[in-house]
Design a protein around this ligand. Structure first.
Ligand code: UDP
Length: 262
């Protein structure tokens, strides 16, 4: 599928038009940002890993009936996705308290929550993605009551599925961020899952050691981000054990071998 003009460039991804007005190409960059863009870096290979991990998770979610924007992965960095109107809210899902909530509310880091907690943040970089309530969403028409209800049900299913999927490979799903979009079909709007789900948007801790296998390695200057994301991909069975996959060069090699074998 031919890449058309650039429609949008975000912090970690670029969206390009295609010949089909309902489909766009999502390109995963290597750029890493944190603390509302104050910390920036380029981490070679991050985009490749996020593309693969997000593809894996979204296609598994499709199989359990969670509709999402992924059509198919095109190559190492690109996927074809359905064009949606993004709901301007970041839905944060927490199973264990860490990160911003611990500072905001004085909760001890690592506190296991008795039920998943959903928080809403307005998607607005200039304002620093402020925390908002359901009342704000309704007051300013960012989403309808029925959209919120639909999204909440989807979130709980996604969380259940992802907790199990990660638990099965020795990883605790601490928290994550989701985005949803409106898909126009037969004149009606349907809310579907959009954006990406990857170690950039989740907090993932090793079950035994609590080692961080996510973007906190960048936020907290822990180093070894690529080996950590590679570890997640390997455990999910996206990359195979036989080769020593510690670098993206290896991932690239593996992908071309797979293509040749097809
Ligand atoms: N998150 C994200 N994008 C954002 C904000 C948060 O993907 O713009 C994810 C983040 O990776 C974590 C979860 O949402 O998995 C909760 O993030 P938190 O609010 O604790 O963010 P912090 O301010 O600590 O980065």
């Amino acid at each position: 599928m031919k890449k058309g003009k650039k429609l949008y460039e975000g912090k970690a991804k670029i969206i390009y038009a295609t010949a089909d007005k309902n489909l766009v190409i999502q390109y995963f960059k290597d750029d890493a940002t944190a603390f509302n863009n104050q910390k920036k870096s380029v981490i070679e290979g991050k985009g490749v890993l996020n593309n693969r991990i997000s593809e894996h998770i979204l296609s598994n979610l499709s199989q359990i009936g969670i509709k999402n924007h992924l059509v198919k992965r095109l190559n190492m960095r690109e996927q074809i996705i359905k064009l949606v109107e993004i709901i301007p809210i970041e839905f944060i899902v927490r199973n264990v308290a860490t990160g911003s909530i611990t500072k905001r509310l004085g909760i001890e880091d690592g506190t296991v929550l008795k039920a998943p907690l959903i928080e809403y943040c307005l998607k607005d970089d200039k304002l620093g993605d402020p925390l908002i309530s359901e009342e704000h969403i309704l007051a300013f028409d960012w989403a309808t009551k029925s959209e919120i209800e639909t999204v909440k049900k989807m979130i709980l299913r996604i969380n259940d599925f992802m907790i199990g999927m990660f638990r099965g490979v020795g990883i605790k799903l601490i928290d994550f961020k989701l985005e949803f979009g409106r898909l126009k079909s037969n004149g009606k709007n349907e809310v579907i899952l959009a954006d990406e789900i990857s170690p950039d948007t989740c907090r993932l801790w090793d079950v035994i050691t609590d080692k961080k296998l996510d973007k906190d390695r960048f936020r907290k200057d822990l180093g070894d981000l690529i080996p950590a994301y590679t570890e997640v991909a390997k455990r999910l069975g996206i990359l195979h054990e036989q080769s020593n996959l510690s670098s993206v060069n290896n991932i690239t090699k593996l992908s071309s071998v797979k293509k040749k074998n097809k």
